[in-house]
Design a protein around this ligand. Structure first.
Ligand code: NAD
Length: 356
């Protein structure tokens, strides 16, 4: 197939992990006889430095035209003045809204090698296979915000409409159908009006349109504990923007390293935005030691969700899993004998090329 993929390396370790993703996409194209056009553009701090805009119009245009977008990471100390008018993260928030990617998918499946680095007892991690579906373009992050009374009072409005909840609930249910058919909806319905709306819409959509899916509602404060006590008892976890942001970072601890978790942000169309869950890691940027696997696994999600290439997606996931099995580990996972970012990326590409 022919596809155009826009690559947004961004800041810090972003360009380092993106270089490996590019090589992997080229390897997939060669191995499976596809024609991928890889088109790079600026975002975040790199874009502020070049154009004073964290999401320049040229980047928006390239992203809107593409079949899918792959992002490294944005941000870093150089642009982190809290009083600055333009900030790297604004570029990412605006891109998500522009592309209309309202559902953020984060699979968490701890690999046995990485699980050694997780602070939880190994037996609690057995059988853990979670898929978070976080609403991404509504709630407090996108509502009206401001200051009153000479800056002494601040507010962030959390607002959700029925249609916003319906569409992300349907997405979660469709994904649950390909898995263990269970949804845990997380809210704070005992206190928040937005949560009461979510609870009633989720209940209606799932019972009327998806009678084959089992579901439950769990309060977010209780969920923070259940995730650590019995993570294997959950399948798809559906939640709003702010709770999803916090819970998915908590769940990343189950996987042992930030460097292993991919994410996909999708909307109604085929296109989507794919990125590792980690940030730009300024503390290790430029040293060639960043773990590229989260970005390579994001490539797998891109192949699956935007290009419909399931066999290719699985081949990438298998190659990364085999790299972990074979002990091809960057420094976050192995203090001794660690490989470089490039060596890890190359190992995965070679395994993919050799795969039957
Ligand atoms: P971070 O994820 O960048 O780093 C947290 C810790 O994890 C660091 O010690 C880092 O070295 C390590 N780490 C992260 N990714 C790694 C990888 N691939 N391999 C090995 N180690 C890795 O989070 P932070 O330090 O809180 O934020 C740094 C910057 O990134 C900030 O400017 C923040 O705003 C930004 N950020 C961006 C995104 C994004 O682009 N989506 C997400 C989170 C944070």
């Amino acid at each position: 197939m022919k596809a155009t993929i826009t690559l947004l390396p961004g800041d810090g370790i972003g360009p380092e992990v993106m270089a490996e993703a590019r090589k992997l996409l080229e390897a997939v194209a060669t191995r499976y006889e596809h024609e991928f056009t890889l088109d790079e553009a600026l975002i975040g701090g790199a874009a502020i430095d070049a154009t004073s805009d964290p999401l320049p119009p040229a980047t928006i245009e390239k992203c809107e035209r593409a079949d899918a977008v792959l992002l490294g990471a944005v941000g870093g100390p150089k642009w982190s003045d809290p009083n600055a008018k333009v900030r790297p993260e604004q570029g990412l928030l605006k891109l998500r809204a522009t592309l209309g990617v309202y559902a953020n998918l984060r699979p968490v499946v701890p690999h046995p090698v990485a699980a050694k680095h997780a602070p939880l007892k190994p037996e609690l991690l057995e059988g853990v296979d979670l898929l978070f579906v976080r609403e991404l373009t509504g709630g407090a992050y996108f509502g009206e915000k401001g200051r009153e009374q000479n800056g002494q009072v601040a507010f962030d409005v959390a607002r959700y409409s029925v249609s916003e909840v319906e569409r992300v609930t349907r997405r979660a249910a469709q994904l649950a159908r390909g898995r263990r058919k269970k949804i845990t909806h997380v809210d704070k319905a005992n206190v928040l009006e937005t949560s009461r709306l979510w609870r009633s819409v989720v209940t209606r959509v799932l019972s009327e349109e998806f009678p084959d899916i089992a579901f439950e509602h769990v309060l977010v404060d209780a969920m923070t504990m259940h995730l650590l006590h019995r993570p294997a008892s959950f399948d798809v976890i559906l939640t709003e923007n702010l709770f999803g942001d916090i819970l998915t970072d908590e769940a990343s601890v189950l996987a042992g390293s930030m460097g292993l978790l991919p994410s996909a942000s999708i909307g109604d169309g085929k296109s989507g935005l794919y990125e590792p869950i980690h940030g730009s890691a300024p503390d290790i940027a430029g040293q060639g030691i960043a773990n590229p696997y989260a970005t390579l696994l994001s490539v797998a999600l891109l192949l699956r969700h935007s290009l419909g290439l399931e066999a290719e997606a699985q081949a990438v996931e298998n190659a990364v899993s085999q790299a972990l099995d074979a002990g091809v580990l960057t420094r976050d996972l192995s203090a001794t004998g660690a490989v470089s970012t490039t060596q890890a990326g190359q190992w995965v590409c070679e395994r993919l090329r050799d795969s039957a």
